[in-house]
Design a protein around this ligand. Structure first.
Ligand code: C5P
Length: 238
């Protein structure tokens, strides 16, 4: 069953902890992204660990293999469910991340986090790819990078919900997909350019759906998250 990940993209640690508390009773994973990791890393990581809240540490690591390996070792904790890297860091870097997660988890006696690779950011439009010198559309680039991530032993890829069907048909259901750019109908798109609704993403086969602002900026974040969970798990009408 697809799982909901809530992106805690807020500048203030008290606000982030309040969101963790608001969402505590729901079956969600919280995403700790760059804003929290640079702003108040130890505080939010320790808070989630103390409350045994599952985390996706959205570190988007991209560096030489030895540095990524060292960073992963610092991030492995019993409640760290997912950590990610950029596939553009290359095969060897991704392998180093997977190996470091397994080794550190066995030292700590906990389950290793799943290592996901970011293929192409969902905020990147086809014309942005050309500007970067990457030929082909977002889907083609995402598939090529996903193959590299699979060869490196990653659990899956971060991708647009629009790419899930193709990725599943190429790599099979066991290669997982984690999709940001999710917007309930009527919600503002913000800077996301290739969006899909929660029900659409689940129907496409996405394993994890990341939702940030539609939940964190809602007057009642728990109610907004609950509505998305209901939409994700509603029986499909034929
Ligand atoms: O607020 P919103 O729902 O757009 O948040 C999406 C989250 O997913 C943000 O934290 C963003 O950094 C992250 N993300 C993304 N696209 C990717 C990878 C991560 O939007 N390809």
């Amino acid at each position: 069953m697809a799982q909901l990940i809530v992106a805690l993209d807020v500048a203030d640690a008290d606000e982030a902890e309040k969101l963790v508390d608001d969402l505590y009773d729901l079956d969600v994973i919280v995403k700790i992204g760059l804003e929290s990791l640079f702003g108040y890393p130890e505080r939010i990581l320790a808070y989630c660990e103390s409350r045994d809240v599952r985390t996706f540490i959205d570190a988007k690591l991209h560096d030489i293999p030895r540095t990524v390996e060292a960073a992963i070792r610092q991030l492995v904790r019993p409640n760290a469910h997912i950590v990610n890297v950029h596939a553009l860091g290359g095969l060897e870097m991704m392998r180093a991340a997977v190996d470091a997660a397994n080794e550190r988890a066995s030292e700590l006696g906990c389950t290793a986090p799943q290592i996901f690779a970011v293929t192409i950011l969902t905020s990147i439009a086809p014309e942005d790819l050309l500007e970067l010198g990457l030929h082909g559309g977002p889907g083609e680039n995402a598939t090529r990078l996903a193959a590299l991530a699979r060869d490196a032993g990653c659990a899956g890829v971060v991708c647009s919900a629009h790419e899930v069907r193709d990725l599943k048909s190429f790599f099979g259901d066991d290669f997982l997909t984690l999709t940001p750019g999710i917007r309930p109908s009527g919600a503002a798109h913000g800077d996301q350019k290739r969006v899909m609704t929660p029900a659409g993403a689940v129907a496409a086969g996405a394993d994890y759906l990341v939702v940030g602002r539609p939940i964190t900026q809602a007057p009642d974040p728990a109610a907004a998250a609950r509505a998305i969970l209901d939409e994700m798990h509603a029986p499909v009408s034929s």
